[in-house]
Every structure is written in structure tokens, then in C-alpha cells.
Design a protein around this ligand. Sequence first.
Ligand code: NI
Length: 214
Amino acid sequence: MEQIRANIETIVRERLKDDHTGHDCSHIERVRSLALHIGKIEGANLLICELAVLLHDLIDDKLVDDEEKALKEVTQVLLNEGLPENDIDHIVEIITTMSFSKGTKKGMRTLEGQVVQDADRLDALGAIGIARTFMYGGSKGEAMHLPHLPPRTEPMTKDEYRYGDSSIINHFYEKLFKLKNLMNTNAGRKLAEERHHYMEDFIERFLAEWDGRK
Ligand code: NI
């Protein structure tokens, strides 16, 4: 099992090494620590959690052009490592259903999926979440704040959500402030609440400084 983990780590590191959108290897490392922490408390299968974390961004359509092909490659990697088929199916199920744009309606079927999704969402919150949001928005050329542009409300199609007009500050209202109520596990929810409040304070301060009130 040590070997599987090491081999997959090498592949993931190679694929994500040029990412500057906030989905780099350090994101994977933080999500791994969070998933192991939450998974231990919740009694999940930690190897499944860990492998799903390592692989989860390799098929994200934010990062790859051909999702289907990327998924085939990921499955092949796990097959080559000799992982049992039901574990492979489980990991594939987790990484294909967990993203915000796809996963909000369906929900995660297994405890391991819930743990990994919570861990990934936590990395979008708090101080790290703020930093990643600005980094991602910057990489897409988005404006920091457009006071005349109100945050968009649901329902939005996936393309509207991703390509429509928005600002980095609006992203907090359109996605990040919603995540606290979407957490699956108690341990995840507790951490999310703390990080949520930190972001609320940040936005309040940001808007006050923007208007010259502070
Ligand atoms: Ni991620």
C-alpha cells in the first residue's frame, strides 16, 4: 500500500507541477491533511480517502480539456497499481461526483466521499480560501471587485457559473459563503464554521477599506 501511495504521488506531482490556479500540489497536501484528520474522527477508510484526494483534481474540467480521457488515465493508473476493482470504482465515484459544479444536487454516497469532499471544500475557506480565490481569479483575469455588479443568484447553468460576468468578491457570495451549509460531516462542519466567520470578517473589512470607511 505504501508503494501505491508513493507511485500515485509521483504521477500527481508531475501533472500538477505547473499549476498556478490554486490547484497545485500544496492544495493536494492540505486537502490530504484535512481528509486524514476528518476521516480519523469519522472512522472512514483512510487509504481510500487519501488516494481520492491525490487524484481528485486530475479530472477536473477546470484543469483538463478532455475529462473522459483524463478519467480513463486515472483508472488505468489504479489498475496498474493492482488496486482491487471495487476500491477503484469507489475512488472513481468519489472524484467524479465531488466538485461544486457537479456535486451540489447529488450528494456523496459514501463516508469516504463525504470526508474527501469536506476536506476539498475546507481548502476553499478561511485564510487559504481567500488567498486561493484571489489567485484563481487573477489567473482568469477577473476584476477584484466591481461594485456595480451584484452577485449572481441561482439557478445558474454550469457554463453561466464558470464563464459569466463576475468579480472575485462576488465569488464569495456565489460559492464560498454557501459551502458551510453543504458540509457532510460534523468534524468538517465545525472547521467550516470557523473558516466561514474569518472570511465574513475579511469581506466586511475589505468593503470598508474599499469605500474609505476604515
Ligand atoms: Ni481540489
